[in-house]
Design a protein around this ligand. Structure first.
Ligand code: PLP
Length: 223
């Protein structure tokens, strides 16, 4: 399956228009596909699995910014801490503390996004509003993580109004948290929302980072 450069250019014109950035989600896809998009100018790639990310990063150009977008287990943070550029799915104080510890060992500060559960589907991932505030209250002392914003996934539905409501809700929460914890600071600017099916709505609702996979790389065939 070839990379869809027409779709890539279309998405880029839309993200540029909204002053947002594109995370090209390359999970399951071969390094040759990543190189094809790299040669078209893309530098931010998103991966979901630690071992796959470590393998790919070792084979690909150093100036790629790797975003980890999957569910990260605390005991695996050490493998990506030396090079990862942003971690999108942080949903516990324990995980944030482990990232801080491993980043300190590397002499780095790692950008993290806190994942908020906005969809109606039941999932064990993501914080509710109350848990988000609690996490921020507990972890303000950390020196080697930069809380760069929030991440969320809308419900898997055709109901565009619902998707828009969920993204808008997250945008409001983002503004409230920024005001309470980051007022006057340059941190906490990112809102990571939007995938292949709903990124246009996400951009209209304030997304700064869209995470797009299948639209660029074709459908994923899990084996
Ligand atoms: C796989 C994945 C994406 C990309 O999904 P597409 O529908 O292929 O664009 C985005 N975000 C997360 C968290 C993912 O796991």
């Amino acid at each position: 399956m070839a990379v869809n450069l027409t779709a890539y250019r279309q998405v880029l014109s839309e993200t540029d228009h909204h002053h947002a950035r594109l995370v090209a989600v390359s999970k399951i896809k071969p390094v040759s596909d990543i190189m094809a998009l790299y040669e078209a100018g893309q530098r931010i790639f998103g991966e979901n699995y630690v071992q796959e990310l470590v393998d790919k990063a070792s084979q690909l150009p150093q100036d790629i910014q790797w975003h980890f977008i999957g569910h990260l287990q605390s005991n695996k943070v050490k493998y990506i801490a030396p090079f990862v550029s942003m971690i999108h799915g942080v949903d516990s104080a324990k995980l944030l503390r482990e990232i801080d510890k491993q980043a300190a060992k590397q002499g780095r500060v790692i950008d993290c996004l806190l994942q908020v559960h906005i969809a109606t589907e039941e999932t064990k991932f993501g914080l509710n509003g109350q848990e988000l505030y609690q996490l921020l209250d507990e972890t303000g002392d950390l020196q080697h993580v930069r809380v760069a914003g929030l991440m969320g996934m809308a419900s898997n539905t055709d109901d565009e109004a619902q998707i828009r409501r969920e993204f808008a809700e997250l945008k409001e929460l983002h503004a409230a948290v920024k005001e309470k914890y980051f007022a006057g600071r340059d941190d906490f600017k990112e809102l990571s929302t939007g995938m292949s099916g709903d990124y246009k709505i996400a951009l209209e609702e304030g997304s700064t980072l869209v995470r797009i996979g299948s639209l660029l790389f074709g459908a994923r065939n899990y084996v």
